[in-house]
Design a protein around this ligand. Structure first.
Ligand SMILES: Nc1nc2c(ncn2[C@@H]2O[C@H](COP(=O)(O)OP(=O)(O)OP(=O)(O)O)[C@@H](O)[C@H]2O)c(=O)[nH]1
Ligand SMILES: [Mg+2]
Length: 317
């Protein structure tokens, strides 16, 4: 009997900010690679992750939420998302369950039309609405665009997410295994560590402060443990290694610097502890994390600072 065809391809995940793109991608690959938060504009760059099974290989391309940009960083983020469409064999367009499709949705639909790529509409967060409203919401979107498929899911509660994988595989061409199956992402440990610090800052800080921050890893080095563990009850995969990480949280305003540090340093400590635990989990080893706060006025509009922080327009095609 002939074996089943191996299918592979690139799948872009696009949509408005905060609809759950990164949550869905992490869930589908079964690992947390992209950071997530309840605040819009969490993802700032394209993040590739790789899902490999007997059936085939999917390279997911998570993107920043498409929005009305207010600064160069925002423009860069929109460009990243739109550029990603050109790389994809298939597009997952994520929306929230509602019958409201506004200006943002029409804009995205227009862009998708020009690519001519197959598009699956994923209606996420269905745990937040009454089931009986879903057919109406889906009909409304069906009229907006000729989707190949519409799939209602809840990424957070793992509802119907397997059918996303099934429907993707049904549409991918026969193809090679582009990456080794142990390979899960294109992100370096340094990038993930930096993002984990930003995630904790996003989650701990309020209002406009988190949008104006960036994280820069100043150094990240491993060394051999020489003294016994101070907290012997904690079990690390690699107990003999300690990672020393120094990172700066960049902010735009002096007033924000004060908020990030907090009373007696309490906020920075909270961000640092949360980030350290997440990085320890990722590295499977003890981490010593030193965090600083630096003010760089208008970094979000400063091309050379943007480049320095990894938001490089010249990397786009
Ligand atoms: N109730 C519910 N919340 C969800 C679901 N999926 C994601 N969320 C939440 O929605 C928020 C945004 O999730 P993200 O994954 O960061 O959204 P995103 O689309 O990647 O956002 P950007 O990167 O800012 O464009 C987080 O608080 C998630 O926990 C879901 O299925 N149900
Ligand atoms: Mg995201």
């Amino acid at each position: 009997m002939a074996g089943k065809k191996f299918r592979s391809g690139f799948v872009a995940i696009v949509g408005s900010p905060n609809v759950g793109k990164s949550t869905l991608m992490n869930h589908l690959i079964g690992q947390k690679i992209a950071i997530t938060s309840g605040k819009p504009q969490t993802t700032r760059n394209q993040i590739r992750t790789i899902y490999t099974s007997d059936e085939g290989q999917i390279i997911f391309l998570d993107t920043p939420g498409i929005h009305k940009a207010k600064n160069k960083l925002g423009e860069y983020m929109d460009d990243v998302a739109l550029e990603t469409l050109t790389e994809a064999d298939l597009v997952l367009w994520l929306v929230e369950p509602s019958d409201f499709s506004g200006e943002g949705e029409r804009y995205i639909a227009g862009k998708l039309k020009t690519t001519g790529k197959p598009v699956i509409l994923v209606m996420n967060k269905i745990d937040t609405v009454d089931k009986k409203d879903l057919p109406g919401f889906m009909d409304r979107y069906r009229r907006l665009y000729p989707f190949d498929e519409i799939i209602p899911v809840s990424a957070l509660r793992s509802v119907n997410t397997d059918s996303v994988l099934e429907e993707i595989f049904r549409r991918l061409p026969e193809g090679p295994k582009y990456f080794d199956e142990e390979e899960v992402t294109d992100q370096t440990m340094r990038q993930i560590a930096s993002e984990m610090i930003r995630e904790k800052a996003l989650r701990c800080l309020k209002d406009e402060v988190p949008h104006g921050i960036a994280v820069q890893i100043l150094s990240m080095k491993e060394r051999q443990r020489t003294a016994p563990q101070k907290n012997p009850e904690k079990v690390y995969e690699d107990p003999d290694t300690i990672w020393d990480i120094e990172a700066a949280i960049i902010t735009e305003k002096d007033s924000h610097k004060g908020i990030i540090i907090g009373k007696g340093g309490a906020m920075l400590k909270r961000i640092g502890t949360g980030a350290r635990l997440a990085i320890e989990e990722m590295l499977g080893a003890q981490v010593s994390l030193k965090l600083f706060v630096k003010v760089r006025r208008d970094w979000r509009d400063n091309p050379s600072l943007l480049r320095n922080l990894g938001y490089d327009p010249s990397q786009l095609k």
